[in-house]
Design a binder for this molecule. Structure first.
Ligand code: NAD
Ligand code: ZN
Length: 355
């Protein structure tokens, strides 16, 4: 399966399949044959779970750089270590870097690739469900102690190779986390798709075929949006559904305590409550969506662990907040997102309803 992404700065394909790494990498042969060196960035968990499959199927020689697992790789220290590694290994603009991992590895590698010698081509090889979202669209970043994803660049990959074999070793929590972004893609684009998800027995244990279909549908939504608006001037904002409140909960909990998508799911329910006030969605729908989320094991206790005042600090740090007014993505109905400025007083009212 192939999904084209056509942004202003770059056109590329996302190729999706099962047990097809060798063939997928070979499809980039014209570019890779000309490369002087290939580098693979990954993290310790991914390398221990999937390194053997990767080595057995990757058709070229490469140098590997293994980062600390998860969010711990998105630091200035790891960014610096990665640049040092590339300098020592004589990486050049004719080299290619592969990001083998989840959103964390993808974000760090993308930012390294964007800035090393002002740009080295890179290819994303996502290994989490969540990375169907993060690997497409060219947002790259590392964290600053004062804020997540604060230092970054828009830098598109040369391609994305999504081999679902990689997802087979994901812990259930990471599957749940990534699936929240699939659900988000359904909510902003297609009521029928969301209904299918909400009536499925489970969205956490898809068959290989069903998982590929869900990922492809999610990637298509993302590809269409970033092709229209690469740098988030307009419709790309819709991808932030659930993220304003979700990010605040994720930050208040301390990164790593709640998985990104778990926090996003909390944010999605919060957005439905807010949407009731501005669009056609009603409380019955919010309630059935909440039941669906609970049935699939999404944790909502976190909402009660932090006061609204604690969340406010993080809400105001949102990159989209202006003069104390937050820019929330809401839904007039499923598949019809819009951006609505909401002040803190109203945020608090809805927060109180939520608890
Ligand atoms: P992650 O990359 O931290 O991976 C989650 C955990 O699973 C890590 O411990 C990782 O080592 C492990 N893991 C990954 N793949 C595995 C596999 N196949 N088998 C076993 N373990 C595996 O998390 P994520 O949820 O993929 O991504 C979250 C990150 O993505 C955050 O930093 C977030 O800011 C970023 N993000 C970026 C964008 C974007 O557009 N660039 C969008 C959404 C999220
Ligand atoms: Zn997200």
């Amino acid at each position: 399966m192939r999904v084209p992404v056509a942004t202003k700065s770059h056109h590329y394909d996302v190729v999706l399949g099962h047990d097809f790494l060798a063939e997928a990498v070979k499809s980039f042969d014209d570019k890779l044959q000309k490369a002087d060196k290939l580098f693979v960035f990954t993290d310790a968990n991914v390398w221990s779970a999937q390194g053997a499959y990767f080595k057995a199927n990757f058709p070229y020689d490469f140098e590997v750089f293994v980062l600390p697992a998860g969010e711990a790789c998105k630091t200035f220290e790891q960014y610096y270590a990665a640049q040092t590694f590339l300098l020592e290994q004589k990486c050049s603009r004719k080299s290619f870097i592969f990001a083998l991992g989840g959103g964390a590895v993808g974000d760090l590698t993308g930012f390294v690739a964007a800035t090393f010698m002002r740009g080295v081509p890179f290819i994303q090889i996502p290994t989490t469900i969540l990375a169907h979202d993060s690997a497409v669209g060219g947002k790259t970043a590392i964290n600053h102690p004062l804020g997540k994803n604060m230092i970054g660049a828009f830098y598109q990959p040369e391609g994305v190779i999504y081999d679902t074999v990689f997802t087979e070793t994901l812990p259930e929590r990471e599957i749940r986390s990534g699936t929240a972004e699939v659900i988000k893609h359904a909510m902003i684009s297609n009521a029928k798709w969301l209904e299918e998800l909400m009536t499925a027995d489970t969205v956490i244990h898809f068959s290989t075929d069903d998982l590929a279909k869900q990922l492809k549908a999610g990637i298509e939504v993302k590809a269409k949006i970033v092709s229209e608006d690469e740098t988030e001037q307009s419709v790309r904002k819709y991808l932030n559904l659930g993220h304003t409140y979700g990010h605040a909960i994720e930050a208040a909990a301390g990164y790593g305590k709640l998985a990104h998508g778990e926090a996003v799911m909390i944010g999605l329910v919060y957005c439905l409550l807010l949407s009731e006030r501005y669009g056609q969605l009603n409380r019955d729908f919010t309630t059935s969506f909440l039941h669906f989320a609970l049935k699939n094991g999404y944790p909502f206790e976190a909402v009660n662990h932090y006061s609204f005042e604690q969340l406010t600090e993080y809400l105001l740090k949102d990159k989209k907040a202006e003069y104390g007014v937050l820019q929330f993505v809401l839904l007039s109905k499923i598949g019809e997102p819009f951006v609505q400025p909401i002040d803190l007083t109203e945020c608090k009212e809805v927060d109180t309803e939520f608890r």
